[in-house]
Design a protein around this ligand. Structure first.
Ligand SMILES: [Ca+2]
Length: 159
């Protein structure tokens, strides 16, 4: 069926092979990202020639603050923001990292079209202060779906 993937970007008439928004899809993965885990491994190896749709749902809790994958704002914690693993992202934003030394991990939010900047194993975490994972609880469900990348075209897919 791999041949159909290549053809269908040129032949949109293959409607039965298309997802409604993103074209034919490849493998899908679903796993939990626990708020208390410093790393949650997806077990998925990504490469720069791929495009993935990452979707997250559910709620997790940082002490008394419950939020979704987009995280939460806390003006009272302003002084501590620079201590977060990703200082510029919200508290408890779901972060995707390629390996554990990714120079540019990204905030996922509820939905992200993700084009890996390098090859590696995809891992996730809640954006928190490294020493403050002990008061975290609950987990999100994250789905990872390979989508067809229209390589070479100038109009990127969007969500
Ligand atoms: Ca915490």
């Amino acid at each position: 069926m791999a041949e159909n993937l290549g053809e269908s970007s040129l032949a949109p008439s293959h409607d039965d092979e298309h997802d409604d928004e993103h074209g034919p899809t490849g493998p899908e993965y679903e796993f939990a990202v626990h708020a208390r885990a410093y790393w949650s491994e997806s077990g998925v190896h990504v490469t720069p020639d791929q495009t993935w749709l990452i979707e997250a749902e559910g709620a997790w809790t940082d002490w008394t603050n419950t939020c979704g994958p987009e995280g939460y704002a806390a003006p009272k914690l302003k002084l501590f923001e620079s201590l977060r693993r990703r200082p510029a992202e919200a508290w408890f934003a779901l972060i995707a990292s390629i390996g554990h030394d990714d120079p540019a991990p990204v905030a996922v939010g509820q939905r992200l079209l993700f084009r890996p900047a390098r090859a590696g194993s995809l891992a996730f975490y809640a954006n928190d202060i490294p020493a403050m994972y002990w008061n975290n609880r609950d987990r999100l469900i994250v789905r990872l779906r390979s989508v067809v990348s229209f390589t070479g075209s100038t109009g990127g897919a969007s969500v």
